[in-house]
Design a protein around this ligand. Structure first.
Ligand code: ATP
Length: 230
């Protein structure tokens, strides 16, 4: 149901930008849903399912619908849905995901090393990152996730912000924002629940170990910035 286009008919306003509605998909019968939007909406409109949620005390899953082009990430949806009276959110799967992380580098007299990690549910080398939380800036998320996953305190290099977009599974659309982060030690303490292993490598080795095109593009950009600015 996630990412499906639906015909929406509103039947109640719950709070600003949150409505109860019925939706129809391709001739199927009407289904109860909630609408979240930052726009003014009419009683009937075409929308898209941006999340699927389960609520305590309600049977089955409820689609969360918005207008085309509006992006809602999990923390904001949780905050909006917490305004529902007498209904508590149990779980939610969202169409859009956002994480932030860092290309961490450490300069010695001889060379520059960058940090790659392999996380527990993947078999590939990439960079530390994690999901943005409510109220955080992208930079705050990156610094927090780097600290949690590697134990490193880093400084972000001004002017570097690279975006990687992919579909981790199915129709989910994920955006990851990477910053260039300077570490002042190479003494890493990995978070074992998330990270399987880590390795400090020079930029040439990093290019060999990373397999995703968007990671390779970001390594290239990082290399340029390290030479110019760091
Ligand atoms: P986060 O660290 O943001 O919490 P996660 O560990 O839940 O994320 P991802 O690292 O996004 O998940 O990986 C989910 C899936 O997406 C992986 O199984 C992998 O197949 C795919 N994936 C990861 N990185 C990329 C990429 N750069 N390009 C394309 N697909 C990727």
């Amino acid at each position: 149901m996630i990412a499906e286009n639906v015909r929406v008919s509103l039947f109640g306003s719950i709070s600003e930008g949150l409505y109860s509605a019925y939706i129809g998909t391709g001739g199927a019968s009407n289904k109860s849903a909630y609408v979240v939007t930052r726009k003014k909406v009419k009683e009937y409109f075409d929308g898209v399912v941006v999340a699927v949620a389960e609520f305590e005390g309600l049977d089955g899953e409820r689609p969360i619908v918005s207008t085309f082009g509006e992006v809602f990430y999990e923390p904001e949806l949780r905050r909006i849905l917490s305004k529902l009276r007498n209904i508590r959110l149990k779980s939610i799967r969202c169409l859009y995901e956002k994480s932030c992380g860092g290309i961490i580098f450490y300069k010695t007299r001889q060379n520059t090393k960058i940090l790659l990690v392999k996380n527990n549910n993947g078999r590939y080398w990439s960079f530390p990152k994690g999901h943005i939380e409510e109220g955080e800036t992208e930079q705050e998320t990156a610094i927090r996730e780097i600290k949690e996953e590697t134990g490193l305190d880093v400084t972000l290099i001004h002017g570097f912000r690279e975006i990687s977009e992919y579909s981790p599974f199915g129709k989910i659309r994920k955006r990851v924002v990477f910053f260039l982060a300077r570490a002042f030690t190479d003494n890493v303490k990995i978070q074992e629940e998330e990270i399987d292993s880590y390795i400090w490598v020079d930029l040439q080795q990093a290019r060999k170990l990373c397999s995703y095109d968007n990671d390779l593009r970001i390594i290239e950009k990082a290399e340029l910035t390290i030479h110019l600015k760091a």
